[in-house]
Design a protein around this ligand. Structure first.
Ligand code: FES
Length: 113
């Protein structure tokens, strides 16, 4: 069986990030999201990433940095070559690949006055 190495940045906001590499079974046409879902189901249930629509490319929740390029994990296709995935660098990190995607001005706050 062919496999692919997926390196994922791990850690909470405020922690020193660390990279973890997972060996994932690979089949042609697999998306990065498929690989991340496999990792969470078979290797590390604590891996945090966001998705909703799976391959419909409509929810936009799965956006991550893949080899330094901003892409949707559900439409980015894996190859048999190793890949590194990181959270978006221009958003506040929450944990692992999850960033705060809500623009600061859209956040609800306590109503005062
Ligand atoms: S999971 Fe919805 S756009 Fe990727």
């Amino acid at each position: 069986m062919t496999s692919v190495a997926i390196t994922v940045q791990r850690g909470l906001a405020g922690e020193t990030p660390r990279d973890e590499t997972f060996t994932v079974p690979y089949s042609e046409g697999m998306s990065l999201l498929d690989g991340l879902i496999w990792i969470r189901a078979h290797a590390d249930a604590t891996l945090a990433f966001r998705y909703s629509c799976i391959n419909a490319n409509s929810c936009k929740e799965c956006v991550v940095s893949i080899a330094g390029k901003t892409e949707y994990a559900c439409t980015a296709r894996l190859t048999s070559s190793a890949v590194t995935v990181r959270p978006l660098g221009n958003k506040n990190l929450i944990r692992d690949l999850v960033t705060d995607t809500v623009p600061p001005k859209e956040k609800l706050g306590a109503v005062t006055g």
